[in-house]
Ligand binder design. Structure first.
Ligand code: NAD
Length: 333
């Protein structure tokens, strides 16, 4: 059987996911949640979605009575993630929420507890765990294939051009922050899963504001350093005023790198010994199929995609903001 998925919030990423859904083996686009009648009509027609599986944000809670939907995939602006995870859990539906999971570690805990209480599974849309290049980063780093990793540089940024000053990405209440929230979460992830460790301290610096007409509420640029118990350091930047998408790790006996590294691919990588040679995969289809396989088999989701993983990232992101605001090194217990 296939897992029947409702997409909640039909914006840019929902349009990426619909291709992943079409390519997946164990998932089916069965429902939608949208506030825009024209989008509802278009998606229903294109994907043969019956009226009874189409919801607005006002009627969403009625999804509890619909056995034709197993899971809600939340692709709403960041500031709505917590509310809709809680509502999906209350409706008795499994849930995947996009990154960043929420704005605070405390909110992540609440979301995890609500899902546990409701007996539903909670995943965060961490697509990179399903790309063979990133599976290799973990093997090389955690397996100490080139010895102890000492320094990682992982950065992601896009020059924002033509964005409306009203876009939710620029609003604190809906975005939670600037590029750290939206892109930096991938750099934090890459550092954590390459090393297989949690950082014990963080320093961070906000960068210059070059587009003051846009960046009134959230940061435009931020750079930070994560210090790990092994002695490894991961230094990263997330920016909205230039393009960067790279990962580099240097270890005692060699290095490994990817560029591009954190987007949808195709990725290009090498070690100090040889070029990477991995297939291009549809990250979304692979992620959806793995989640579906676990939910259909009623087995717990792998740790790398769980709500706990989202909570661990949010703990680090909160510390990065605190360090940037105060100029102080923040230690993590
Ligand atoms: P988007 O603006 O294109 O889509 C958001 C959707 O939410 C729109 O359809 C919009 O109409 C709807 N919406 C409902 N209530 C809203 C409100 N109050 N304000 C604004 N929009 C509202 O955004 P997106 O780029 O699709 O991002 C959605 C989520 O997906 C974000 O959390 C983002 O971080 C995440 N995302 C993940 C990836 C990834 O690679 N995993 C890539 C892009 C975005």
């Amino acid at each position: 059987r296939q897992l029947n998925i409702a997409l909640c919030g039909l914006g840019r990423y929902a349009n990426v996911l619909k291709t992943g859904l079409a390519a997946s083996q164990h998932c089916r686009l069965a429902g939608i949640v949208t506030g825009t009648p024209a989008k509802a009509a278009e998606w229903k027609r294109a994907y043969n979605i019956p009226d009874k599986n189409s919801y607005t944000y006002q009627t969403f809670d009625q999804i509890s009575a619909n056995p034709a939907i197993d899971l809600v995939y939340i692709t709403l602006p960041n500031g709505l993630h917590k509310e809709y995870v809680l509502r999906a859990a209350k409706a008795g539906k499994h849930v995947i929420v996009e990154k960043p999971m929420a704005f605070t570690e405390k909110d992540c805990r609440e979301m995890i507890e609500a899902c546990q209480k409701a007996g539903v599974q909670l995943a965060v849309g961490y697509r990179l765990h399903y790309d063979p290049h990133h599976i290799e980063l973990k093997r090389l780093g955690q397996g100490k294939v080139f010895g102890q990793v000492r320094l990682i540089e992982a950065s992601l940024g896009y020059r924002l051009e033509g964005i409306s000053p009203d876009d939710w990405h620029l609003k604190k209440a809906l975005a939670g922050g600037g590029p750290l929230m939206n892109l930096g979460v991938y750099c934090v992830q890459a550092g954590r899963y390459t090393l297989g460790e949690e950082p014990s301290a963080v320093t961070a610096q906000f960068g210059p504001v070059t587009l003051p007409q846009l960046f009134k509420e959230v940061e435009e640029n931020i750079t930070w350093q994560l210090y790990f118990p092994s002695g490894a350091v991961c230094t990263s930047s997330s920016t909205s005023n230039c393009n960067i998408d790279r990962f580099f790790a240097t270890a005692d006996e060699g290095f490994f790198e990817l560029e591009p590294a954190l987007s949808y691919g195709p990725f290009k990588g090498r070690t100090s010994q040889a070029a990477f040679n991995f297939p291009v995969v549809n990250q979304q289809a692979a992620q959806l199929d793995d989640i579906a396989a676990h939910i259909l088999a009623k087995t717990p989701l792998p740790a790398h995609i769980s709500g706990e993983e989202g909570r661990k990232d949010m703990r680090v992101i909160e510390a990065i903001y605190q360090a940037a605001r105060t100029g102080q090194k923040v230690t993590l217990a």
